[in-house]
Design a binder for this molecule. Structure first.
Ligand code: GLY
Length: 394
């Protein structure tokens, strides 16, 4: 079995990892492997802290993938001989003021209902745990089970071990024979064939000619990497995130002293770094951790998260030779072990009966289509035919 994986972000690479473990030969195609959304991501493995109202179908996926992480990361680290920066120091979700604390209390109700253990603590208790927190922090939710990982190290490690062949080129079109995908066409017009094609190209998945019109949206995020002066290191021991005037902000602390500051979400179509977003991140970050302003900025990266209409991934077959795995939105790093295993098993014709509540239907691309074929596909979402589900673009 030879499988082409189009897109070498963390989802494509995790898919390739699982495909290899199932015995497939893999060709990864990406003009710039590991340089998309995964390059910006902070790497929080924080299913509880990522809970937001109205996304309950997502929680079982986040929980299941978080549980898969320790063994996934250990196996990748061992195979690549690399340190992926996995930490398990938990998250403190901090309130910038009393109104933010009320919002965190309400969010905690959703976290508790979703079955995630959390603890509401006072601002002074939060400062005992993280002395760099501002005296103005009004309280915090402590989430002891959260982890984090370095996405850049993880994609580099995966890339070093998963690919028989990595092709640094742009795929422009699916090649079809009798309505079934048999390979891909490159920008130069030449083709590569395979038994299966898996499209893991994030927001670019919909731009490949022959793909159904996936409802993806680009949610831009600006992410800063910082380093504290030696006298202040370590500035933080774990992930500090929170609300400041209702705005989300997070600071992920790595063992090597790197701090990653982010949370901006823009759908303004601008791919460049937004000065206002960077200003607000620094302003909100320093409201929680004043020492942020003493740090050196080592990197600013802006990338688009692949958002779907319901913020759930889009994973499923589009024809007998091709499946799509994208739409991971804010959760690509967390969901990589689950999404990778799911995409690989579907490509190999296996039934992923281990999928948590909601199963394949919760992530099926068919959920966005209307008409009778949508109901058909929900009963067996691993067999989708774009000609009946979507207006074909080719
Ligand atoms: N998961 C963090 C973010 O998307 O900003």
């Amino acid at each position: 079995m030879h499988v082409i994986v189009v897109g070498a972000g963390i989802i494509g690479l995790a898919t390739a990892w699982h495909l290899r473990s199932l015995g497939a030969g893999v060709t990864i195609i990406d003009p710039a492997p590991g340089q998309g959304a995964s390059h910006a991501a902070a790497g929080m493995l924080a299913p509880a802290a990522e809970v937001v109202w109205g996304q309950s179908p997502l929680y079982p996926l986040m929980r299941a993938s978080a549980q898969m992480y320790p063994s996934f990361a250990a196996e990748v680290a061992s195979a690549a001989g690399a340190d992926l920066g996995l930490t398990d120091s938990g998250t403190l979700v901090c309130a910038g003021d009393r109104a933010d604390l009320q919002a965190l209390r309400e969010l905690r109700t959703a976290q508790t209902a979703a079955g995630f253990p959390t603890e509401l603590i006072t601002g002074s208790r939060a400062r005992e745990l993280e002395p760099a927190l501002s005296p103005s922090v009004a309280g915090a939710v402590r989430i002891p089970d959260d982890q984090s990982i370095d996405p850049r190290r993880t994609t580099a490690a995966l890339l070093s071990v998963v690919s028989d062949t990595t092709v640094r080129r742009q795929v422009t079109r699916l090649t079809r024979r009798d309505g079934v995908t048999v390979g891909v066409e490159f920008s130069g017009g030449d083709e590569l064939t395979a038994d299966q094609v898996v499209i893991t190209a994030g927001t670019e998945a919909a731009a490949i000619t022959g793909m159904p019109p996936l409802p993806l949206r680009k949610v831009w995020g600006d992410v800063l990497r910082l380093r504290a002066p030696a006298a202040l290191t370590p500035l933080l021991h774990g992930t500090v995130r929170g609300l400041v005037n209702g705005r989300p902000v997070y600071i992920v602390a790595r063992d090597d002293g790197e701090l990653v500051l982010g949370a901006s979400s823009r759908e303004d179509g601008r791919s460049g770094t937004d000065a206002g977003a960077v200003h607000r991140l620094l302003q909100d970050g320093q409201r929680l951790v004043p020492g942020i302003l003493d740090c050196e900025i080592t990197d600013i990266t802006t990338r688009a998260r692949p958002g779907s209409p319901d913020d759930l991934p889009i994973v499923g077959r589009i024809d007998e030779g091709c499946l799509v795995s994208t739409g991971y939105f804010r959760h690509g790093i967390l969901l990589a072990p689950l999404g990778g295993r799911l995409g690989a098993e579907l490509a190999m014709g296996l039934t992923p009966d281990w999928m948590p509540a909601g199963g394949l239907a919760s992530v099926s691309p068919a959920r966005f289509s209307d008409g009778p074929s949508s109901a058909d596909s929900t009963s067996d979402p691993s067999i989708l035919h774009p000609t009946t589900l979507y207006r074909s673009t080719s």
